[in-house]
Design a protein around this ligand. Sequence first.
Ligand code: ZN
Length: 73
Amino acid sequence: MSNIKFVCCLCGNDISHEGVDPCALSLITRWQEPEDKQNFQQYWVHAECFQNKIFEHVGPIDILRPDDEELPH
Ligand SMILES: [Zn+2]
């Protein structure tokens, strides 16, 4: 078991190893530029915080569902 402490970049609370958490959120700057002009950084995030804060029209993100949750048909 890892001793790494994960803190959510959206709510500031610790993230426990539960369900699909911890999740990593990747930020790439200057995405339309060549890769050598881009910068990349990764943040920790609760799946629930991410789903709750993104623009509502993006809708549910399937990869954030726990493995045992059934997908809609
Ligand atoms: Zn959070």
